[in-house]
Design a protein around this ligand. Structure first.
Ligand SMILES: [Zn+2]
Length: 516
C-alpha cells in the first residue's frame, strides 16, 4: 500500500468507546484507507505519533460559528479547530438567516447578532443549498446543516407573537422541508428566543413529524424561561412521544433532583443531551426580559421600554430576576456594542452608575441596541458545581458540545476550551470518565445520534478527520479573564485528509465541506 499519509506508532482511541490500541492509520485522499499494523505500507508523508493519542476529529453539535468560520482572523476561524473539532453543526438554538430576503434577514439577524458579532452576513442566497454552498472550500471544518426554526418561523409569519395559523404552519413545513432535503440532520429550536418562543407544542409536533419522516431528530434549547425547567423537559418528552422523534436537549447539566426527570424522559422518549461543563452560561441581556417584552425582536424591545406602563412591569420583572440573593446567577458583561463594562458584573456596573440594577439593565438594553452579551456565573457552590459536572459527564446520554461564541470583545471560554478541558479535567485530573468514553462523547456518539455517516470513528472507509494529541499535555488555557486562548497539547488536526492545524498552528488550508 502506498498512502498519502501514515500516522505511525500512535495510541488509537477510535471514537466507539472501545479500548485503546497501538495502531497506524493510513490515509489516501480524504478517506481512512487502513487502521492496523502497517509496517509494509509506504506514504508520501509520515506523522510520528509516538506517545500520542490518535482519535477521530471531534464533532460539535452546538456551536455559534457560522460567521466566525469565514472570518480572516485565525483566532476566530480556528477557535474551535485548535481543540480538535473537525465538524460543526449549523443553526444552534434554531438561529439562522437563510434563506431570508435581505430585509427580513437583517431584522432577524439583529436579534441574534449577539452570538455572531456586528458584521452582517451578505444575504445573497435564496435557498438552503445556496447558503450551504458558501462554506465549501471556505472553512477549515466540515459543516452539517440543521433546520433553523427561528428563520423558518420568521419567514412564514415574521415576529408574530402567537401560535401559527394553519396556512402559516403549512409555509413553515415547506421551508423546513427545503432544509431537510438539503441534508439537515435535526430540527433545531431555541424556545427562549424570538420568534421561536411563541411556537406552541402543536407547531413543534407537526414540524417534528416532518423532520422524523426525513430521519432527522429534534434538538432544542428548551423553554426554560416561560415554562421552567421541569415543564420544559416534559414538553420535550411530549414532542418526542407524539411525533415519534428522538429528542436532544441543548446545553443541559445534571443537578441534584434531576435523576427522576431524566429517568422519566428516558422512559417516555429516545433522549440525548449535550453539555459544555463550565459553571456559567452565556447569552444576551435581553433574555432576562419577560417573554412578552421580547416579542418583535430588538425593535419590539425598544417599543416596550418606551411605553411607561410596559416599562414599569419590565422593571419589576428585572428587579426580581436581578436581585442579588444567595444562589442566584451573577451576570458579567463580556461584550457590548460600545465596549463598556467588559468584565464587570451588572451589579457592580449599576453601583458605579449610582442606579438600581433593574433601571441600569433597562438603560443598557436601550443604549446597546440591545447588543449586550453576558456570562451568567452560577450561584451554586464550587462543590455543587463539581458534583454536577461529574454526574453530567458520566451520564450515558450526554455528549460534549461547546455552545461556542467567537465574536465580540471578550467571550465565554467554552468556545476555545470545552473539548480540551474535558480531556484535562474530567479525564486526566478527576478520572471521572475514561479517555475512551470522553472521546466517544466528542466523536462517535454525536455522529451516531445526529446521523452523520462515515464520521466520528477511526475506521477504514471513513472520512479522514483525525486529531493527534498528547494525553498528558492536552489542556485548555482559556479562562474567564482570557477566554480566547487556544488549548495546548494538540499537535495535528486533519480534515478530509488535509492538515488544518500542525504544531498547534493553522496551516491556512480550508478543506472543509458540507457533509450531507
Ligand atoms: Zn442555547
Amino acid at each position: 500500500m502506498h498512502a498519502d499519509i501514515i500516522i505511525r506508532h500512535g495510541t488509537v482511541v477510535d471514537g466507539s468507546g472501545a479500548s485503546r490500541r497501538q495502531a497506524d492509520i493510513a490515509i489516501t485522499g480524504d478517506r481512512i484507507e487502513a487502521v492496523g499494523k502497517l509496517d509494509a505500507a509506504t506514504a508520501a508523508r509520515e506523522i510520528d505519533a509516538t506517545g500520542k493519542v490518535v482519535s477521530p476529529g471531534f464533532i460539535d453539535v452546538h456551536v455559534h460559528s457560522e460567521t466566525a468560520l469565514a472570518d480572516p482572523t485565525d483566532r476566530l476561524r480556528y477557535g474551535s479547530v485548535f481543540q480538535g473539532v473537525t465538524t460543526h453543526l449549523t443553526a444552534p438554538d434554531g438561529f439562522g438567516w437563510g434563506p431570508l430576503d435581505p430585509a427580513g434577514g437583517r431584522q432577524l439577524w439583529e436579534s441574534m447578532n449577539f452570538a455572531y458579532g456586528l458584521d452582517e452576513p451578505s444575504f445573497t442566497w435564496s435557498t438552503p443549498a445556496e447558503y450551504l454552498a458558501t462554506f465549501s472550500g471556505n472553512t477549515p471544518v466540515n459543516i452539517v446543516p440543521q433546520v433553523p426554526h427561528c428563520a423558518v418561523r420568521y419567514k412564514a409569519m415574521g415576529w408574530a407573537a402567537r401560535p401559527a395559523a394553519d396556512d402559516e404552519l403549512a409555509k413553515m413545513k415547506t421551508f423546513a422541508r427545503e432544509w431537510l432535503e438539503a441534508g439537515a440532520v435535526a430540527l433545531c429550536l431555541g424556545l427562549d428566543y424570538q420568534p421561536s418562543a411563541f411556537a406552541d407544542t402543536r407547531e413543534l409536533v407537526e414540524l417534528s413529524r416532518l423532520a422524523a419522516d426525513h430521519g432527522a431528530i429534534y434538538a432544542a434549547h428548551i423553554r426554560y424561561n416561560e415554562l421552567g425547567r421541569v415543564a420544559a423537559w416534559r414538553e420535550t418528552m411530549e414532542i418526542g412521544e407524539r411525533a415519534g422523534i428522538p429528542v436532544h436537549i441543548s446545553h443541559e447539566n445534571i443537578t441534584p433532583g434531576t435523576d427522576a426527570l431524566i429517568q422519566e424522559a428516558e422512559a417516555r422518549c429516545d433522549l440525548s443531551f449535550e453539555s459544555y461543563l463550565y459553571p456559567a452560561g452565556c447569552t444576551h441581556l435581553a433574555l432576562m426580559l419577560p417573554i412578552w417584552a421580547q416579542a418583535g425582536g430588538p425593535a419590539g424591545i425598544r417599543e416596550r421600554l418606551a411605553d411607561p406602563v410596559d416599562r414599569a412591569h419590565i422593571r419589576d420583572h428585572l428587579a426580581a430576576r436581578l436581585s442579588p440573593a444567595a444562589g442566584k446567577d451573577r451576570p458579567v458583561f463580556v461584550d457590548t456594542q460600545s465596549g463598556r463594562f467588559i468584565g464587570e458584573s451588572i451589579h457592580d456596573a449599576a453601583t458605579g452608575a449610582r442606579m438600581e440594577v433593574a433601571d441600569f439593565a433597562m438603560l443598557i438594553l436601550e443604549e446597546e441596541h440591545p447588543y449586550a452579551l453576558m456570562v451568567y456565573h452560577r450561584g451554586t457552590s464550587a462543590d455543587e458545581q463539581e458534583q454536577s459536572m461529574l454526574a453530567t459527564i458520566r451520564h450515558p446520554a450526554m455528549m460534549v458540545a461547546s455552545d461556542g461564541i467567537y465574536h465580540g470583545i471578550s467571550a465565554h471560554p467554552r468556545g476555545f476550551g470545552t473539548f480540551a478541558r474535558v480531556l484535562r479535567l474530567c479525564v486526566r485530573e478527576l478520572g471521572a470518565v475514561t479517555l475512551e468514553e470522553a472521546i466517544r462523547k466528542m466523536s462517535g456518539y454525536p455522529a451516531e445520534r445526529f446521523g452523520i455517516s462515515d464520521r466520528g470513528l477511526l475506521k477504514e472507509g471513513y472520512g479522514a478527520d483525525v486529531v493527534v494529541f498528547d494525553p498528558q499535555g492536552i489542556a485548555d488555557r482559556a479562562t474567564w479573564e482570557e477566554p480566547r486562548l487556544e488549548p495546548e497539547g494538540i499537535d495535528c488536526v486533519l480534515v478530509n485528509g488535509i492538515a488544518v492545524v500542525e504544531g498547534g498552528q493553522p496551516t491556512g488550508v480550508l478543506p472543509g465541506r458540507v457533509l450531507c
